[in-house]
Design a protein around this ligand. Structure first.
Ligand code: ADP
Ligand code: ADP
Ligand code: ZN
Length: 215
């Protein structure tokens, strides 16, 4: 099964993609994670993308389409992928249709995660992650079970993203509303969309996504 999780920054895409990876043996493909890795490694891609990400704008389509094309060709994506943060523009969505078609695959479902803008700002302000394994946490909604110790890997170092501040969040939300939201119509016309209430708690959202995939 191949899925797209579509929603604004902070909607819970990464959190739910990780849960789907564990529960359904899907491979999580996050363009945000791939771009941050490129920035950290100082590659040519990282140098091109870093400033744009810091401003909360979208990096050029060709760069992210390339990243996804490479990953779809890697071993392990055969059981299915869950795409987190891609596609974000109409050109990316059209490219994705083409990439799947060329590989004899298809996009089965697009899960739209609906969350109010005020809740997004609060979620992003409280977001942090394990430096070692990337597990995501939140100051109020998902603290590690033992203080300062990652539930998943036992790591004790945590990081916050430089673009998770209020000014940059506003520009990311604007990019979502103008460039990404139109994809809901695109996929609705293809009959692939299921919308879930992303305002519920993490476990409830996971159950609702499960029902959307099985129903
Ligand atoms: P979030 O889901 O919290 O908005 P991501 O980690 O998905 O954040 O993305 C972080 C940044 O990486 C974006 O603001 C954008 O600059 C860049 N980015 C990630 N995915 C894409 C994409 N598909 N197209 C263009 N830019 C992207
Ligand atoms: P996205 O990938 O869409 O940007 P994340 O999955 O990183 O979003 O979630 C943003 C923040 O909100 C994280 O700190 C995460 O722990 C928290 N979070 C995710 N889902 C929920 C939820 N349903 N309720 C409350 N907080 C959530
Ligand atoms: Zn960890």
């Amino acid at each position: 099964m191949n899925l797209v999780l579509l929603g604004p920054p902070g909607a819970g895409k990464g959190t739910q993609a990780k849960l789907l990876e564990d529960s359904r043996s899907l491979v999580k493909l996050s363009t945000g994670d791939m771009l941050r890795a490129a920035v950290a490694a100082g590659t040519e891609l990282g140098r091109k993308a870093g400033d744009i990400m810091e401003r909360g704008q979208l990096v050029p389509d060709a760069l992210v389409i390339n990243l996804i094309a490479e990953r779809l060709d890697e071993d392990g994506s055969g059981r299915g992928v869950v795409l987190d943060g891609f596609p974000r523009t109409l050109a990316q969505a059209e490219a994705l249709d083409r990439l799947f078609k060329e590989r004899g695959k298809r996009l089965d479902r697009v899960i739209v995660m609906a969350v109010d803008d005020e809740a997004l700002v609060e979620r992003i302000a409280g977001r942090f992650a394990c430096a070692k394994c990337g597990e995501g946490y939140h100051d109020a909604h998902k603290r590690p079970l033992r203080p300062q110790v990652c539930d998943r890997c036992g790591g004790t170092e945590f990081v916050r993203r430089p673009d998770d501040n209020e000014a940059v969040v506003r520009s990311r939300l604007k990019a979502y509303h103008t460039q990404t939201k139109p994809l809901i119509d695109y996929y609705t016309r293809q009959g692939r969309v299921k919308t879930v209430d992303g305002m519920a708690d993490i476990g409830t959202v996971a159950k609702e996504i499960g029902r959307a995939l099985d129903g």
